[in-house]
Design a protein around this ligand. Structure first.
Ligand code: TYM
Length: 332
């Protein structure tokens, strides 16, 4: 009997320091959820990380901690592959090839490049510019059907689709054209201090973001300080960016609809609402933090895991790369 093949998922995250509630609700929570229904491949994008200067010891530490943190969140190595990008050289190899099938104009339109080159004006390196080609390589190497991401990565995913279609058109079908999976709520968790800006770990104001490893006290304090408005009514509406953001966070965690949340807090002030959102976040993160502490204490186990997973990823990636090289015309 023929078995139905599961569709494949690929996604990655940069191991550049603490993960935020935005990373978690926008992407990582989905990584875990999708494992039962799909064949999932996840990785730490440490090659992407050096588009911004990294201190070597810190990069090593951040990468190991990120590996432990994703396992703590529930990435299950019995079900999924979870590796470190720099340990699978096919990513760099395909990225170069895809550079030559991507237009300067396309890369110039990437909003993240424009934002980051403003923020790091002293280091606008070529990697920052061609970063979407590496991301396309990450996805296309695994013939991924779906890519779980937050809204800020949608434009990069669209470029990966364009590059895949272009290559398939020039030669013959080679790459699966991937589709994004973007959550309804949580796709764009905003800063608690400026809810018109996305929540980001590089925010200079630490009160703007909640880190996944923040203690309960810190989470409650940051929540209480979150910017709202002068209306004092919990409802989802245009112009209420701060409240909308907190409602989005609460909805993501409790799976309640906006209407249910409005009903729950009818007649109550923002104080009660912020306490409830803070407590929901604390309880959501508590088991992850506990598991993280166990895992990070066992470096030998973590090393064994990432060492075992790189060749599993490579087995898939090398098949695609070899197909691509043959089509381009390289002697094999
Ligand atoms: P990165 O490391 O910046 O973020 C990882 C994931 O978290 C999501 N995210 C958010 N979601 C909601 N609200 C926020 N405030 C928020 N901040 C971040 C991001 O959308 C992302 O899904 N280029 C990618 C990493 C990458 C990748 C890939 C992703 C490299 N190769 C291949 C998918 C497939 C990045 O920098 O994400």
């Amino acid at each position: 009997m023929e078995t139905t093949q599961k569709k494949r998922i690929l996604s990655m995250i940069q191991p550049t320091g603490t993960f935020t509630l935005g990373n978690y609700l926008g992407a990582l929570k989905n990584f875990v959820r999708l494992q039962d229904d799909y064949e999932c491949v996840y990785a730490l994008a440490d090659l992407h990380a050096i588009t911004v200067r990294q201190e070597p010891a810190q990069l090593r530490k951040n990468t190991l901690e990120a590996y432990a943190l994703l396992l703590a969140m529930g990435i299950d190595l019995e079900k999924s592959i979870f590796f470190i990008q720099s340990q699978v050289p096919e990513h760099s190899q395909l990225a170069w090839l895809l550079n030559c099938y991507t237009q300067f104009g396309e890369l110039s339109r990437m909003t993240q490049f424009k934002d980051k080159s403003q923020k790091h004006a002293d280091n606008i390196n070529a990697g920052l510019f061609t970063y979407p080609c590496l991301m396309a390589a990450d996805i296309l190497l695994y013939q991924a059907d779906y890519v779980p991401i937050g809204a800020d990565q949608k434009q990069h995913l669209e470029l990966a689709r364009d590059v895949a279609e272009r290559f398939n058109g020039i030669y013959s079908p080679t790459f699966t054209v991937p589709a994004p999976i973007i959550p309804k709520h949580g796709a764009r968790v905003m800063s608690l201090q400026d809810p018109t800006k996305k929540m980001s770990k590089s925010d200079e104001n630490v009160n703007g973001f909640i880190a996944v490893l923040d203690s309960p006290d810190v989470i409650m304090r940051k929540m209480k300080r979150a910017v709202t408005d002068s209306e004092s009514q919990v409802r989802f509406a245009e112009g209420k960016d701060g409240v909308n953001n907190l409602m989005g966070i609460y909805s993501c965690i409790t799976e309640k609809s906006m209407e249910e949340i409005e009903a729950e807090f009818a007649g109550k002030g923002y104080g009660d609402f912020k306490t409830a959102v803070g407590e929901a976040v604390v309880e959501e993160l508590r088991p992850i933090q506990e598991k993280f502490q166990q895992l990070i204490a066992d470096k030998a186990y973590l090393e064994q895991c990432y060492r075992e997973n790189a060749p599993k990823a490579q087995a898939i990636a090398s098949r695609t790369l070899s197909k691509v090289m043959k089509k381009i015309g390289y002697l094999r």
